[in-house]
Design a protein around this ligand. Structure first.
Ligand SMILES: [Zn+2]
Ligand SMILES: [Zn+2]
Length: 213
């Protein structure tokens, strides 16, 4: 009865979009990064081919690479966007940031619901616990599935690296503290599914991450 994690990498930032699905084939779409018609079609085709029914749309944080597909997913599957309230300024900066990078961006809908630290996001017979992990972004959150031993980490902790802290609302010490207090307290065999690059584990990063040794 475990939840399954499906990864699709989208857009010029090579952002990892995750579909989390239950045995009942309901799925949560986290950070849809599909930015043009071809990528939108690819996401829709995957959802159809896997017979999934999207039930929630959630962002770990609202940097442009993680929200490019919000409008498409919200419209196509009739879902309200859910984010942490502290990410609102980042979400609202989306059009300006997209213009700066020169990438097409259908403006994300405003959130319909705010997610808080400690919330449990239910899917099938599982719950994803919301961890508050600011530092890369003012109110980044992670989603921890204790039963299946994995965490959706956004841009907080990467394979042998960490999220950048030079963007508005970023702070290096805050990020390091988030990782140590929220992620490095999880069991070592917890798999981390990050917002960019390959998956890793908490134990591996404790040993080999150059920013955290
Ligand atoms: Zn980011
Ligand atoms: Zn990112």
């Amino acid at each position: 009865m475990s939840l399954k994690v499906h990864l699709i990498t989208f857009n010029p930032f090579e952002e990892n979009t995750y579909l989390i699905s239950s045995d009942q084939d309901e799925c949560i779409i986290i950070d849809p990064g599909c930015y043009d018609t071809a990528e939108q079609n690819e996401l829709a085709r995957i959802i159809i081919s896997m017979h999934l029914k999207p039930v929630r749309l959630i962002n770990t944080h609202c940097h442009i690479d993680h929200i490019l597909g919000n409008a498409f997913v919200s419209k196509t599957y009739n879902l309200q966007l859910e984010i942490h309230e502290g990410e609102l300024p980042v979400l609202n900066a989306g059009p300006a940031v997209a213009g700066m990078y020169g990438i097409p961006y259908q403006a994300s809908p405003a959130p319909g619901h705010f997610i808080k630290e400690g919330d449990e996001i239910k899917l099938g017979d599982r719950g994803l616990k919301v961890l508050f992990t600011p530092g890369h972004s003012p109110a980044s959150i992670c989603f921890y599935n204790e039963a299946d031993k994995w965490v959706i980490g956004g841009d907080v902790l990467f394979y042998e690296s960490i999220g950048r802290t030079d963007l508005p609302g970023g702070d290096y010490d805050t990020l390091i503290n988030s990782i140590r207090s929220q992620l490095f307290t999880l069991p070592d065999d917890t798999v981390v599914y990050p917002g960019h690059g390959p998956q890793t584990t908490i134990g591996y990063e404790k040993m080999f991450n150059p920013f955290l040794r």
